[in-house]
Write a protein that binds this ligand. Structure first.
Ligand code: SF4
Length: 504
């Protein structure tokens, strides 16, 4: 028998929610948060909305301006060994997410449990989801199945928390990742990591758990929070070695057992400061958290001090660790200077770290915008940048990023696709943050010189931009845009000649 969904928390919901959902679903991301939020509140999801507001505060930008936020969670799940990912949402959303994940090289299937108005409203959708995870739950293949509620099922209150916590020993992790509660795909990564860490923590607290694949480190470890270039954890390990410490797992992890290793640490380095829920889990486990990252000279000095103090390392050993690396970083920075004015914007959460490195390399950086929210773990980077005269904007909207480019007219704009397009239209060299900046080391000595090559090449391309601009001047604008409000003169005269018999 079909079980009505909406009687669980809100007796009046069945009459109210379908209309609101229909309005919201029809507009998708563009329907505005209000429709979805009202539907979510009506279906008993107020607590969920309050938690989103606390963990990922919004304003001024409070709705997705980039890809669907759920992509962050999906991507983390697809990268984990022995993990299945199942989406529940509107077909168009799932199509986009599935396309994007395969565009970015996912080598696994994306599961999908479709719905229609009837299965959504009657509760049959929940039964379909449960059936899907039961069919998938093969312990030979999987450690975990991640089920992701997109906007419409979240707003309607499809209760993933009522799925069995595990089936045949395969964990079932249900998360709500709506665009009206999770502002960026970066923060959606945290939603899944936080849910997995929560489960792993409760497992570790109740009994023995699997050791890491390579065994436990002989030294105390520092867990690294945030995706980073593959060489960066190695670089961090080299920085930690003189302190008698080692780099621990990177969260998001690549397999379930690494989650236990992440808790088995001396401290957690929030390299990316927006992992609010993950940090809450580590704090619950009593692990100290360290903000910022070892980028550039000043960043590395402050970070080594913070790590050393958090791990109760003697002052002279901390000083020795700094002496072992800081001169080399200073040398790398001065050996690869960057001259020019650069604006930085992005949605990865590492924008402030990149800006620090640019400033220490000699660049003028008047503006840094990040779509991620401000947390106390970003304070050190913000304060350092502001002391250098940099304007730092959290939850920066696309309009603010573009306005910064217009007002500053930098020699180079680093940004998201639309910001780069906007800059290039004005003949300003521009680099994509995600493809070209995030794909380089930032940490320690390797990071100190790595940005200069790509940045200086881009800065040197101004003459090429000027030539292209002159060559294509006027193409694609006005009468050459391919859209005319009236017949172009040449066609008008041909038409008039044809009407009058034409001239030969
Ligand atoms: S699930 Fe993603 S794509 Fe679909 S409406 Fe929500 S934010 Fe937009």
């Amino acid at each position: 028998m079909n079980r009505p969904l909406f009687d669980m928390h809100a007796p009046s919901a069945p009459e109210l929610v379908p209309d609101q959902l229909a309005a919201a679903a029809a507009g998708g991301c563009h329907a505005g948060d209000d429709h979805f939020c009202r539907a979510a509140e009506t279906s008993g999801q107020s607590e969920l909305l309050e938690r989103f507001a606390a963990d990922y505060p919004v304003g001024p930008h409070d709705r997705p301006q980039t890809m669907c936020p759920a992509f962050g969670s999906l991507r983390i799940g697809l990268r984990m060994r022995r993990t299945a990912s199942v989406l529940c949402g509107s077909a168009c959303c799932v199509y986009g997410l599935s396309f994007t994940s395969h565009f970015y090289g996912a080598k696994r299937s994306v599961g999908y449990v479709p719905f229609d108005s009837e299965t959504l409203v009657t509760g049959k959708l929940f039964e379909d989801l449960r059936e899907a995870v039961e069919q998938l739950a093969d312990p030979e293949q999987y450690d975990a199945i991640v089920v992701i509620n997109l906007c419409v099922p979240t707003a309607s209150g499809v209760p993933l928390r009522l799925l069995p916590p595990s089936i045949n020993g395969v964990r079932v992790i249900g998360i709500d990742v709506p665009g009206f509660g999770v502002p960026t795909h970066a923060e959606a990564k945290d939603v899944l990591c936080g849910a997995m860490l929560k489960r792993a923590r409760s497992e570790a607290e109740t009994g023995p758990v699997q050791a890491p694949r390579g065994g436990r480190s002989e030294k105390p470890t520092i867990t690294l929070l945030g995706e980073m270039f593959p060489a960066d954890p190695v670089g961090i390990g080299m920085l930690l070695d003189p302190l008698g410490l080692a780099a621990g797992p990177v969260v998001p992890t690549r397999e379930w057992r690494e989650l236990y290793g992440a808790f088995d640490c001396a401290a957690v380095a929030a390299i990316h400061p927006y992992y609010s829920r993950s940090i809450q889990e580590f704090e619950q486990a009593g692990r100290p958290i360290i903000g910022s990252a070892p980028v550039g000279h000043d960043g590395t000095e402050a970070w080594l001090t913070a790590v050393g103090e958090a791990c109760h390392i003697k002052a002279d050993q901390i000083a020795a660790a700094k002496n072992a690396v800081l001169p080399a970083i200073r040398g790398a920075l001065s050996g690869a200077p960057i001259k020019g004015t650069i604006t930085v914007s992005g949605y990865e959460g590492s924008e402030l770290l990149v800006a620090r490195l640019l400033v220490e390399s000699g660049a003028q950086v008047p503006y840094v915008g990040t779509a991620t929210g401000r947390t106390r773990w970003s304070d050190a980077d913000r304060e350092w940048l502001e002391a250098q005269g940099v304007t730092v904007r959290f939850r920066a909207s696309l309009e603010q990023d573009k306005s910064a480019v217009d007002a500053i007219k930098p020699d180079l704009a680093i940004g998201t696709t639309p910001v780069v397009q906007h800059a290039k239209e004005q003949c300003i060299p521009a680099l994509y943050f995600t493809n070209l900046i995030s794909a380089r080391p930032l940490i320690g000595v390797a990071g100190a010189g790595s940005l200069a090559q790509v940045i200086n090449a881009a800065l040197a391309s101004q003459a090429r931009f000027d030539r292209m601009n002159a060559f294509f001047q006027g193409v694609g604008t006005g009468a050459t845009a391919g859209v005319w409000s009236s017949l172009p003169p040449v066609l008008a005269s041909t038409t008039s000649q044809a009407a009058t018999g034409g001239a030969r």
